[in-house]
Design a protein around this ligand. Structure first.
Ligand code: CA
Ligand code: CA
Length: 225
């Protein structure tokens, strides 16, 4: 199968769905479930996909993104960059203990993604929501950030996606990929990757919010009239 640009992580996500989840530190609501999402521990926590180079962790500096160039204020010393033509790695997290509770959960996926000058090298972070059989029952993704998104300037841009976690999720698979579309280096950049689950507010809270919105809408219509 030929991989179309920007879809590598998504295409690979299902490839490892049957793999057993590795041992993982204690997980909790409100905590970042991506291990070493900030590259400060090198590539610890990430496993390469068969047939692809694992991305690398490099220091902010002259050859990649300068500390003064756009990116997270709390960027630390390192970021992820691609290696070879296409880099891809993943991590699996067992979240059954969190999702089996009756309370609905909301997710927030965020991170800083970028590239180099006007080159179209890019990074994509994709999370698969897997049920107990390993089947994907939903997903979320951020990226790619293309040159026009960063004004053809080297750096990283913040991206975020959020929503309700589907019922029945047992595992999360985080897939990070970078592809090289220009020059010799794979300049898909990523740093400060986060995925957080939080309880959805109680139904009473939603009712109050809904009532407030209804009143606001009525006021708006009244003024418009
Ligand atoms: Ca960092
Ligand atoms: Ca490049």
């Amino acid at each position: 199968m030929k991989l179309t640009p920007h879809t590598l992580a998504a295409a690979l996500a299902l490839a490892t769905a049957a793999l057993a989840a590795p041992a993982h530190a204690a997980i909790a609501l409100g905590e970042n479930l991506i291990v070493n999402g900030d590259a400060e521990s090198g590539t610890a926590g990430w496993t390469g996909f068969d047939g692809y180079d694992l991305f690398q962790a490099v220091s902010y500096g002259d050859n990649w993104v300068k500390p003064s160039e756009p990116g997270p204020a709390d960027r630390g010393a390192r970021l992820f960059t691609g290696l070879g033509g296409q880099s891809a790695g993943y991590q699996l997290v067992d979240v059954g203990a969190l999702t089996q509770a009756s309370t609905p959960l909301a997710y927030s996926l965020s991170g800083w993604l970028g590239g180099w000058q006007a080159q179209e090298d890019n990074a994509l972070l994709y999370v698969s929501f897997l049920d107990a059989t390993g089947a994907e029952i939903g997903h979320s993704a951020i990226g790619p950030v293309m040159p026009q998104d960063r004004g053809n300037a080297t750096g990283l841009v913040y991206r975020q996606d959020s929503g309700l976690l589907p019922v029945g999720v047992a595992q999360l698979q985080f897939s990070l990929s970078m592809e090289r579309l220009g020059g010799g280096d794979n300049d898909g950049y990523a740093d400060n990757l986060r995925f957080v689950l939080t309880p959805v507010p109680e139904p009473a809270t939603w009712m109050l919010l809904g009532a407030g919105l209804a009143v606001a809408g009525w006021m708006a219509r009244r003024r418009a009239g």
